[in-house]
Design a protein around this ligand. Structure first.
Ligand code: ADP
Ligand code: ZN
Ligand code: ZN
Length: 830
């Protein structure tokens, strides 16, 4: 038997299966998806079996055997192995990178080297103390340990290896093993133990106490817990073991991050008419067992979660499993509680705040079929279930579903692909669906799928219980300035905050600022500098006082006077949460503020702690970035304020308007969710912008109509797809010349296929290569960066074309070390 193995070396030259002979004793164990250790270039490396064959592709004499099988049960299933190949093709990454993305970090093994004393080693062949020590270790030891102990014998070890007196082995060790705990068991029936305890001499009072405690407890106990509870010591327990009353054994543990927490079991709620119709549509699809993708478009508070829960229940009833993806940021205890509350032990939870060990244990529950539901962030889409019936992606518009490092996959696209393999239904849920998803749901579905016969768009336009969406006030900050108010708070927001403080109600303040981006804006008239060639703002570079367009490379000097109104109140923009916090303290003495941003949430569980404090009404205001906009449900929040909607509106990204609309709608949805009615204030310098006016009226349809018009005019998704290729090198001239070479080769290949057609041609197939131009961050870690943006439309395998164009630049010895990075369907081009 031959195993085809992808070895863990992420380079293009080795990105293919290599043949290995399967030793006879492994034949019944090795399967597609097995993790193995194989000899490779003089080392032992970890690899995955992606195929099995009767005959090798190479000369059988050159075949090497698989050196070890790392897990009794393959960590990957054949469908995941196939999915990894698809990932590597689509996202232009190595196969091994794709495979690694699917398993928990704990299973990324590293080779360790061992030495073994050969049986036929002759006396005197090795330094005697070395030979003796090895023998005392049972004949084998880690090479590292041996050299550490006998540094003076390094030469002797080497010659021993040469003469064959000692033999070297390598073995893959996981970074983390299954956790085992020393556990104490009683060896006999209760009466026998009790009698024995009575007979213990008086000086063994502690031993008696331990025995009686074990009896009271009634079952096996972890050694540590027993010692702690009885204030005894290990020797007390050992003494009882010696008397044959107790037994000590290592027992495999599963770390359960939710151990000891009670989840109140909930029953399905009677569905509203709107929920019922959607539920029935989903269930029909799950029952059909054919791939189908649906968009559940439900306003905030429309009861999407209850629909998810009941659909999952149905899916489990068919003996199938379900995956639920939620954005990392909203994987709060509130959310987990709702799933654990309904499905209890059948749920595995995976998020990035778990330790590697905890993650691994949750993963093992899935692999060993102990659970039927996996809920987690992005990577939970790879949960190793065998028969998936339903995949749910909540808040499907969230950009965190796209992984920023390789493989740069989008969980939504992976979900659709995985559903195809399993005949599963995919439900994408959101109050503000991404424009791509919305457009796709409105397109006719390919026939033959379950969705081809039924609508893909499932609307839930009303809140449960008929609660109204909160009224939204838009404040023009230019007017505030005109009237002499230079504060970052408008008079209206100031007044409402004062009112809430008096009433003891709570407020959420959003400062919507991201990273390094700054833009130039006039505080008198709201003018922002735009690129004359693209529909985006110019980004201000403080050091050189230049404004730049990151799509086409256009650059101009930053003005000192507003080109529109000649005012001198023109400046680059950027306020931080910290400044807002200071200002609040100044304006409202004694105000209690919880600030939530990247700086205050670095610690493990900080996020939960802060939200808990706010939920316990230990603060008047929750102030933060994006983090405060999502999924929170606090009954005393009756005011939501957005400090400046413009910060995200003016980001030099074609999704700026969409992100702003989504954020404003989400944060507005936090107010007045319960008995107290809510109010929302949005401060902005662009009150007439359609992202603001449509959010003000909770009007998704109007927003989409306007946004589609813009996207069509400028040639952006959903009217085309994008691929971003970034190149980097230490030398600017070399980089720019390689960049040009690459772009022209890509154009050549497209030309040969007859698809090099500009987007605005109106033809069904188009392929456009923009650039290369300097990247927005034009230098990083001492390397210059250039980028090409590819826009295409129609049935074109653009990834294949790019892989082909890249080949001469990345195959063979790395060509002059220009690094290429490909981002397919990028979320951000900035
Ligand atoms: P969404 O996720 O759509 O914003 P939620 O799922 O959080 O909305 O639901 C909003 C509230 O309505 C929750 O408190 C939920 O328990 C409640 N709810 C949902 N469905 C029902 C129902 N059928 N009957 C009564 N209450 C419901
Ligand atoms: Zn102006
Ligand atoms: Zn431009």
């Amino acid at each position: 038997m031959i195993a085809k193995v992808i070895v863990d070396v992420p380079s293009r030259q080795t990105d293919r299966p290599f043949d290995y002979l399967v030793p006879f004793e492994m034949e019944s164990w090795i399967e597609i998806g097995s993790r193995v250790g194989v000899p490779f270039g003089g080392r032992v490396l970890q690899g995955f079996v992606v195929g099995l064959a009767a005959e090798a592709d190479i000369d059988p004499k050159r075949l090497k055997p698989v050196s070890e099988l790392l897990d009794p049960m393959p960590p990957l299933l054949p469908d995941l192995v196939e999915l990894a190949k698809w990932l590597s093709d689509k996202y232009c990454c190595s196969w091994t990178t794709a495979l690694q993305a699917m398993i928990p970090a704990a299973l990324k093994g590293k080779a360790e080297r061992y030495v073994e004393l050969a049986e036929e080693a002759e006396e005197g062949e090795l330094p005697s103390e070395l030979a003796e020590w090895l023998a005392s270790q049972g004949g084998t030891a880690k090479l590292e340990a041996l050299l550490e102990r006998f540094p003076q014998h390094a030469k002797g070890v080497k010659s021993g290896l040469r003469t064959g007196a000692i033999i070297e082995h390598a073995s893959i060790k996981d970074r983390l093993s299954i956790k085992k705990m020393l556990t104490v068991f009683l060896t006999a029936e209760e009466e026998t133990i009790r009698a024995a305890a009575e007979e213990l001499p008086a000086r063994a009072a502690k031993q008696r106490e331990v025995l009686l405690y074990m009896l009271r407890h009634g079952g096996p106990l972890q050694m540590q817990a027993l010692i702690a509870a009885t204030e005894g010591s290990a020797s007390t327990v050992r003494a009882l073991e010696g008397k044959g009353l107790l037994e000590l054994r290592e027992v495999e543990q599963q770390r359960d991050p939710y151990a000891g927490r009670e989840f109140v079991r909930t029953k399905p709620l009677p569905l509203t008419a709107g929920q019922q119709a959607v539920f029935e549509r989903i269930v029909r699809s799950v029952r059909a067992g054919e791939p189908d993708t649906m968009l559940l478009h439900g306003v905030t508070g429309s009861g999407k979660t209850e629909v998810y829960l009941q659909s999952i229940q149905y899916c489990l009833g068919l003996g199938k499993q379900a995956i639920v993806l939620v954005p990392e940021i909203s994987l709060t205890p509130q959310m987990v509680e709702r799933f654990k509350g309904r499905f209890g032990e059948a749920v595995a939870v995976m998020h990035s705040r778990l330790s590697n060990g905890e993650r691994y244990d949750e993963w093992r529950k899935i692999r060993s079929r102990q659970v039927q539901v996996a809920i987690g962030a992005r990577s939970a889409i790879f949960a190793p279930f065998e028969s998936i019936g339903l995949i749910i992606i909540d808040e499907e518009h969230e950009s965190s579903y796209k992984q920023e490092e390789s493989p740069k996959y989008h969980a939504r696209d992976v979900a659709v692909r995985r559903a195809r393999q399993h005949g599963a239904a995919v439900v994408l849920g959101s109050a503000t669906p991404s424009i791509e998803t919305f457009a796709a749901a409105n397109r006719p579905q390919p026939s033959g799928t379950a969705g081809g016969r039924e609508p893909a768009l499932l609307p839930m336009p009303e809140r449960v219980g008929g609660r109204p969406l909160p009224p939204v006030d838009v404040i023009d900050m230019r007017e505030e300035l005109r009237d002499g108010n230079r504060s970052m708070f408008s008079r209206k927001l100031h007044e409402l905050l004062t009112d809430r403080l008096e009433k003891g109600e709570q407020s959420v303040l959003l400062l919507n600022r991201r990273g390094y981006s700054t833009f130039v804006m006039c505080r008198s008239c709201g003018y922002t500098a735009q690129c004359p060639h693209c529909d985006i703002s110019l980004t201000y570079h403080q050091k050189t006082r230049v404004m730049r367009c990151h799509y086409c490379g256009h650059a101009e000097q930053a003005p000192t006077k507003c080109p529109s109104c000649e005012s001198e109140h023109i400046r680059y923009f950027g306020t931080g949460t910290q400044r807002v916090e200071e200002e609040l303290a100044k304006l409202f003495p004694g105000i209690r503020v919880i600030r939530m941003d990247v700086d205050t949430t670095t610690e493990k569980n900080a996020h939960e702690k802060l939200l808990k404090q706010f939920g316990d009404r230990k603060a008047d205001v929750l102030l933060g970035t994006q983090m405060v906009a999502k999924g929170l449900d606090f009954p005393y929040v009756t005011l939501v304020g957005v400090i400046a909607a413009d910060t995200s509106l003016n980001l030099p990204d074609f999704r700026a308007a969409e992100r702003t609309f989504q954020l404003l709608t989400q944060v507005a949805g936090r107010a007045g969710r319960h008995h107290l009615p809510g109010e929302v204030v949005i401060q902005t310098y662009s009150p007439e912008h359609y992202a603001v006016t449509t959010a003000q009226h909770h009007d998704y349809a109007a927003f989409i109509a306007e946004e589609l018009r813009h996207r069509g005019a400028m040639g952006y998704p959903p009217y085309c797809r994008l691929i971003l290729i970034t190149m980097s090198h230490e030398q600017l001239t070399l980089l720019s010349s390689v960049g040009e070479q690459f772009a022209s080769r890509l154009r050549e290949l497209a030309e040969e296929q007859g698809i090099l057609v500009p987007l605005n041609s109106g033809l069904s197939k188009a392929f456009d290569v923009l650039g290369p131009v300097a990247s927005p961050i034009s230098r990083m870690k001492d390397r210059y960066r250039f980028q090409c943006v590819i826009k295409y439309r129609g049935s074109i395998d653009a990834s294949a074309l790019i892989r082909e164009a890249l080949a001469p630049f990345t195959d063979g010895p790395p060509l002059r070390q220009v690094q290429f990075s490909v981002d397919v369907d990028p979320q951000v081009i900035l």
